[in-house]
Design a protein around this ligand. Structure first.
Ligand code: ADP
Length: 424
């Protein structure tokens, strides 16, 4: 077994060009040999094919025209290790090794008349040692680079395989995700029907429609009603979310005045606002251009944002809704330039609440994400509201983002297309 195989590198012999730099041979070694041993007129390195790899001499050496040499000379040059005379020249032939492999043949020629004739064998033995050392160093580099190559190839193959596996896993996850959405949609739908009855009947009980209740009984019925409504909100959110994920949500776009939608959202949020002693306010201009939106969906966006703004507010705090003309796409960085076309309304919902830490601002829009996810957290919710908000706004071609100052309040901004804007 060769050294190369035992190291795990491919079992093939390196070409001479990979072991010895042409410049080292022709510019360093050959001039040195010819300078020190003046009579040497040819030095060449043959590879396995017998091809001359390098040579020196000014044309007088037969090695410049080695392919014109008689066949016997070729046989000797390729094979045996000896000195021989041919015509006007004397040759010395030496085998060169790299690792355990014979990789080439070194040949020197000297005119038959030279005084160095007798020393040729000794010179050849010395120089083959030098060339051998160079080849050996080249061989070590070659083995290293081959091993590196083999390792890279095998890494690449492993990565390709991993990639295929990952693609399969992703496809599977998509399937499972779709199944999950279908399942959630069905279950939520089925849960809603009995829950509506629970809410309806507990409300009748609490209001005394089915007969008078004592104070304690009224309190129990009201708790059932409140919890039932909470549960219904949650189930509605899950249903909404799965509908969006299944791609079955349809928008009914029409030009509407934002003010109308805000007022409807305020009235939907009025009870919790009153309970939390939070003031709902808007600064909307009556002359504001209409937006081209699905009014129910935008109302849902506002109700979600306003509910959060109430939930995370302080007593006697306030929620303020504003709007102004703005470009549809928010400039992402300071390098943004070019004409800004005000083709959208930028709506802002601000509160005077607890705020959101800077590093969480990007994550709050993820489904089920909550800044305080501990079991002892103060506020209820499933972490779905903002993710629904984002999906609804993006379905309109807009964007939503938040800015916040801890302890002072949070503002959510979102953009909506104006009724004059073309919708793709
Ligand atoms: P949840 O049902 O938990 O409110 P959301 O998706 O609506 O779910 O909000 C995700 C999280 O973002 C909330 O749990 C809360 O931590 C944070 N958050 C949302 N709105 C506000 C706000 N106005 N002020 C402070 N924190 C907020």
């Amino acid at each position: 077994m060769s050294a190369a195989t035992s190291l795990g590198a491919p079992d093939r012999r390196p070409p001479l060009e990979r072991l010895l730099r042409r410049d080292d041979f022709t510019r360093t070694l050959a001039p040195f040999v010819r300078g020190v041993f003046g009579d040497i007129d040819g030095i060449a390195l043959f590879d396995h094919g017998g091809v001359v790899f390098c040579h020196v001499g000014e044309g007088e050496s037969p090695m410049a025209h080695w392919d014109q040499l008689p066949p016997e000379a070729h046989a000797v040059l390729r094979g045996s290790e000896r000195s021989f005379g041919l015509g006007e020249h004397q040759f010395a032939v030496r085998s060169c090794f790299a690792g355990a492999d014979r990789v080439g043949t070194l040949v020197f020629s000297i005119p038959a008349s030279s005084r160095d004739h007798a020393r040729l064998a000794a010179i050849a033995d010395g120089l083959v040692g030098v060339v051998g050392a160079l080849l050996q160093a080249g061989f070590a580099t070659w083995v290293t680079s081959e091993m590196h190559l083999a390792a890279s190839e095998s890494n690449f193959r492993a990565l390709q395989q991993r990639n295929t596996e990952l693609e399969r896993a992703i496809a599977h996850l998509h399937e499972v995700d779709q199944l999950k959405s279908n399942f959630l949609a069905t279950v939520s739908h089925e849960l809603r029907t009995p829950l509506t009855s629970i809410i309806g009947f507990s409300e009748m009980l609490a209001r005394g429609i089915a007969g008078p209740l004592n104070e304690e009984q009224t309190e129990y019925a009201s708790t059932i009603l409140e919890r039932g409504e909470e549960l219904l909100r949650l189930i509605t959110q899950i249903l909404e979310m799965s509908k969006m994920e299944m791609g079955t949500m349809r928008l009914h776009l029409e030009p509407v005045a934002l003010l109308d939608i805000v007022e409807r959202a305020f009235s939907a949020a009025s009870i919790p606002a009153e309970r939390a002693r939070v003031d709902l306010r808007h600064e909307l201009d009556f002359a504001l251009a209409p937006v081209l939106v699905d009014a129910d969906k935008v109302q849902q966006v506002l109700v979600n944002l306003i509910s959060n703004a109430i939930k995370f507010n302080r007593p006697e705090g306030e929620v303020l809704v504003r709007a102004e003309l703005a470009p549809m796409q928010r400039p992402m960085d300071e390098d943004f330039f070019g004409e800004e076309i005000a083709d959208a309304l930028r709506v802002s919902v601000s509160d005077t609440g607890i705020g959101i830490p800077e590093d969480q601002l990007g994550r709050i829009f993820d489904a089920f994400y909550q800044v305080d996810s501990s079991s002892t957290r103060e506020h209820g919710g499933a972490g779905l509201g903002l993710s629904i908000v984002r999906k609804l706004i993006e379905a309109h071609g807009g964007e939503v983002w938040a800015e916040s100052s801890m302890g002072q309040g949070t503002t959510f901004h979102f953009t909506l297309p104006l009724a004059t804007t073309e919708i793709a």
